[in-house]
Design a protein. Structure first.
Length: 174
């Protein structure tokens, strides 16, 4: 099987897993864990490592923004990113690795990582309509995972049966 096909199938498998687990994350703790593992693997493996490989093997990112629906995106890419690809794609790789690691670490760090992943996919949408079929479901899936993560953190901070307020005592006269 072609390496590019493996890459696309891996992205799809991890993306679909993230979306499905996002839907189930508030009611099933295992889905939250699997979704976080899938999302972390997607950002580190399918993002940082793949872009690192592409950069190391000389893949040219010059035309990445050519299909943007906004001229300023294409112009900025051509004038800022394209001439210094090693720096800017290196920064992208670092970002993908950090947000992926944060998602994998869990707890509050996962919240920060998920917010970063959502922002990444919103930004990706500015590079053209072709990215929308990927970015929109990922934004939905990660947002649902984020909701599940926040609810899990709330449950940890406020376990059932634990008094969250001081008890109220009525004055009883005898």
């Amino acid at each position: 099987m072609e390496p590019v096909l493996w890459l696309v199938l891996t992205w799809l498998a991890l993306g679909i897993t993230t979306l499905v687990c996002g839907v189930l994350a508030t009611s099933r703790p295992t889905a939250l864990t699997v979704g976080r593992l899938s999302l972390g693997a997607l950002m580190i493996g399918g993002g940082a490592l793949v872009n690192g490989y592409f950069l190391a093997t000389g893949v040219n990112y010059d035309d990445f923004a050519d299909e943007s629906m906004f001229g300023f995106v294409t112009d900025t890419w051509q004038s800022v990113v394209a001439p210094r690809q090693v720096f800017w794609i290196g920064l992208l790789i670092t970002f993908e690795a950090i947000v992926g690691l944060l998602v994998l670490l869990g707890h509050r760090l996962a919240v920060a990582g998920m917010v970063g992943v959502i922002g990444f996919h919103i930004g990706l949408m500015f590079f053209g309509w072709a990215f929308w079929p990927w970015a929109v479901p990922m934004i939905v899936g990660v947002s649902l995972l984020l909701r599940g993560q926040l609810k899990a953190l709330h449950r940890l901070a406020h376990p059932p049966g634990r008094q969250t307020r001081a008890p109220h005592y009525e004055h009883v006269s005898t």
